[in-house]
Design a protein around this ligand. Structure first.
Ligand code: CMP
Length: 155
């Protein structure tokens, strides 16, 4: 019998407590518009996850269950053999599947030891509904990614 693991249970990922997440979240632009109280409440809704180099954080085609913000390390966004982007501390991924409820559009693979702050889909929905500044930041970044894809020689 095959057991299907969701992203939060993948081998190689390890949930850890979030003692420093509140202060770390304050230092990334994604959350810098939020006050301390809001950040603390958000931290309690998410989980810190750690990955080794080579670990798949999300897999293309899988249903999405989480939104991820990189707290430390680096991850590559890959579609089959094509490198779409390299994401670093302060950057996010996993929003697409949570927004349109379709399968993951690409793999995201840790390329060095990587720590992410991860939110479940329902906590993500609450975050964007109640924090327009976060939603706007996310939209701006998504537009940037569309423009980068449009100017990519392979697109
Ligand atoms: P999702 O489709 O949920 O899972 C894979 C993620 O990779 C996707 O959400 C985006 O967050 C990210 N992603 C997909 N395409 C690109 C791209 N061209 N540039 C940067 N990130 C991307």
């Amino acid at each position: 019998m095959s057991v299907s693991l969701n992203e939060f249970e993948l081998a190689g990922s390890r949930m850890v407590g979030a003692p420093d997440a509140a202060s770390m979240l304050g230092t990334v632009p994604f959350f810098s518009g939020l006050d301390e109280k809001k950040r603390k409440s958000l931290v309690s809704q998410g989980k810190e996850m750690t990955y080794n180099a080579g670990d798949f954080i999300v897999r293309e085609g899988a249903m999405g269950v989480g939104f991820y913000l990189i707290l430390d390390g680096k991850a590559e966004v890959r579609k089959r053999d094509r490198l779409l982007a390299t994401l670093e501390r302060g950057q996010f991924f996993g929003e697409m599947s949570l927004i349109d409820e379709l399968p993951r559009s690409a793999d995201v693979i840790a390329v060095s030891p990587t720590k992410c702050w991860a939110l479940t889909s329902w906590a993500f929905a609450g975050l964007v509904k109640t924090n327009p500044e976060v939603a706007l930041h996310m939209l701006k970044e998504m537009v940037k990614r569309v423009r980068a894809a449009q100017s990519s020689p392979t697109s």
